[in-house]
Design a protein. Structure first.
Length: 337
């Protein structure tokens, strides 16, 4: 009987004499993907749309188009009502009453828009007068403009304590800077806090939509609507009641201010100062874009505060965009404040 060798139990070890065992240290590093720096394309598009001044030919086109459409609709409504009265007087009178009610509502809306524009012009006038008083260093001129600011905010319940304090402290001011600084500290600081909360909320919303909504142009639409709403709320906080046309006028004024000061550019320093912005741009392009769009929204909010504030920054410092964005985006993308 043949003696068969039993197979070995357990693992079998093969000796490699000439080949070198590879080491993890010898493996070449994984090449880093060179992702482009986020530029905030949505906010850049919003700035380009709103800051662009329409041409004279374009204004004539839209003005004539609105006039023509209004004329055609008016004639059609007149013919419809008169024809209906001729056929059935009761139905015609009902249609005439509805048309009259519509025209009354339209007139009320027009008056509201006109009042809102006048209110915004009043804020602009106060801002110019304060700047003149600061430039001339005239105490009498400063007292006059502070009295106008007090009358402007006389009906605001949240500023009642500040107005009382300002009345008590005004006799202690002996120069224009001190008097306007008192007015700013007592009246503007509480309004600044409310305005900054609106700016933070808008920056958070724009950053979130940009990061999680992949639909094309959705980030542009969200940025445009959020910025218009933010600017309108900031204007209302400082006393300007912006209607539909007033909101668009404010939006254009703020964006023109940003373009003129060069504050719409995005650099590496901005990404480095934000909460994890640079890291997020490496992990996800959309997260990086969300952070930058939020930062640009905060810049728009600071510009809106400067445009809508009746008293410019005298004794208080201008809000920091980096601080606003850190407060708005802390925890949103897992960032550390």
């Amino acid at each position: 009987m043949t003696d068969l060798k039993k197979p070995a139990k357990g693992p079998v070890l093969f000796e490699l004499e000439d080949e070198k065992t590879p080491s993890p240290a010898d493996v070449p590093p994984v090449p880093e993907v060179d992702l482009p720096i986020p530029t905030g394309s949505a906010m850049q598009s919003v700035v380009a749309i709103t800051a662009r001044r329409p041409s004279r030919l374009g204004r004539w086109f839209w003005g004539l188009l609105v006039s023509l459409v209004g004329f055609v609709l008016s004639v059609a409504a007149y013919d419809f009502v008169t024809g209906l009265i001729a056929r059935n007087p009761y139905l015609g009178m009902g249609a005439l009453a509805l048309l009259g009610a519509f025209l009354l509502v339209l007139l009320a809306l027009a008056l509201k828009e006109a009042f809102a524009l006048l209110r915004l012009r009043r804020v602009d006038g106060l801002q110019r007068e304060v700047t003149r008083a600061l430039t001339h260093q005239d105490l009498g001129e400063a007292r006059l403009v502070v009295a106008k600011v007090e009358r402007f905010y006389a009906g605001r319940a949240e500023l009642k304590w500040g107005l009382t304090r300002l009345t008590e402290r005004k006799p202690d001011a002996f120069d224009a800077d001190a008097l306007l600084g008192m007015a700013e500290a007592e009246l503007m600081v509480p309004l600044d806090q409310a305005a900054l909360r609106e700016v933070e909320a808008a920056a958070r919303q724009v950053a979130t939509v940009t990061a999680i909504v992949p639909i094309a142009l959705a980030d542009v639409a969200a940025a445009l609507t959020s910025n218009i709403r933010m600017i309108r709320r900031v204007a209302e906080i400082y006393g300007g009641r912006a209607g539909t046309f007033g909101s668009w006028r404010l939006m254009r004024a703020v964006m023109t201010h940003l373009v003129a000061t060069g504050a719409v550019a995005v650099g590496d320093d901005l990404l480095g100062s934000l909460a994890g912005g640079g890291v997020l741009s490496k992990l996800s392009r959309r997260f990086g874009e969300g952070v930058v769009n939020g930062a640009l929204t905060a810049r728009v909010g600071v510009a809106a505060i400067e445009v809508c504030r009746p008293i410019p920054f005298v004794v208080t410092s201008r809000p920091s965009v980096t601080h606003i964005v850190k407060r708005a985006l802390t925890g949103l993308f897992g960032a550390k404040g």
